[in-house]
Design a protein around this ligand. Structure first.
Ligand code: ATP
Ligand code: MG
Length: 273
């Protein structure tokens, strides 16, 4: 993965995600100055996708500023480790910098051993300021990735207007002015959050949806798929692309194995007739 192309004015430097199924959807990468939404139902792989992208950045020496909202900072480090990446070491080396917006909401005022900053997300300005202050402290500019997992926690505490202002601030102060790729996760488990995802698409430079294939789900095959719906300034292949989450991260689906699995399931189904 890495830089896949840039023009002399550096305004349009592109980076690839470095993950095959995603790169098939975004064949020329994404603009560094993008804010990208990852939306989909629970368990469809959003966190794994953003973790894999973040790991690719860190493995080539770029920082990841991770904002833990859904789950503890430890969980993100453990997730990296579960894919065989050295999360603890990346944290200790300062390549991984974590803003903990999770612990405070649990009411346990204990500081996490993997948190560089803690914030109370009940005050959205505090969160925005903590992210901008972290970017400044780390002197991140023209490199690195910001991950926010997820927006849903903000929606529990704030009305949509404040959440929209938060997204706009991140896009303006982190992605645009600092040229830091920003990845924002949104769970769409309810009709209202699915509608919300559609209604905020225009606020993002890129939109990527994840899902479980409905037809195969009926056969008992939980095939994950992703769709790169839009990317500002870059071409896309906007088709649902199958992918798998393995012990080594996000991978393409082995089509032969999938075909055999479908054949076996259909045979089983025939026997029931
Ligand atoms: N280390 C791993 N090895 C194999 N599979 C894994 C690993 N980590 C996660 N997975 C798979 O990824 C799936 C969940 O993906 P993920 O947590 O990224 O979904 P999500 O869309 O973020 O869900 P949620 O909205 O609940 O946060 C798990 O159900 C599991 O099958
Ligand atoms: Mg998740």
């Amino acid at each position: 993965m890495g830089q896949v192309g840039s023009k002399p004015d550096s305004l349009i430097e592109r980076v690839s995600f470095g993950i095959d199924p995603l790169d098939w959807g975004a064949p020329e990468g994404v603009l560094r100055s993008s804010t990208i939404l990852f939306a989909g139902e629970s368990g469809t792989g959003k966190s794994a996708l953003v973790a894999h992208i973040a790991a690719n950045f860190m493995h080539r020496g770029e920082r990841c500023l991770y904002v833990a909202l859904d789950d503890s900072p430890e969980s993100f480090v453990e997730q990296l480790e579960s894919f065989g990446w050295r999360g603890r070491e990346l944290y200790q080396r300062g390549l991984l910098y974590i803003v903990d917006g999770y612990t405070y909401t649990t009411g346990r005022y204990v500081s996490s051993s993997f948190a560089n900053r803690s914030v109370n997300v009940q005050r959205v300005d505090e969160l925005t300021n903590a992210i901008i202050a972290s970017v400044e402290e780390l002197k991140m500019s023209g490199s690195g990735v910001l991950v926010i997992d997820s927006l849903n926690d903000l929606l529990y505490f704030h009305d949509i207007t404040r959440v929209v202002m938060f997204i706009k601030s991140i896009r303006a102060f982190v992605s645009k002015s600092r040229k830091i790729l920003s990845l924002v996760v949104l769970h769409t488990d309810t009709e209202s959050t699915a509608e919300l995802a559609k209604s905020v698409e225009h606020l993002f430079d890129g939109v990527i949806y994840t899902r479980i294939n409905e037809d195969l789900r009926k056969l008992g095959i939980p095939l994950k798929e992703l769709l790169v719906k839009k990317l500002r300034g870059c071409p896309t292949n906007p088709f649902w692309i199958p992918y798998a989450i393995t012990a080594n991260g996000v991978m393409p689906v082995d089509t032969e194995k999938l075909a055999n699995l479908i054949k076996a399931k259909l045979k089983e189904y025939e026997r029931l007739k």
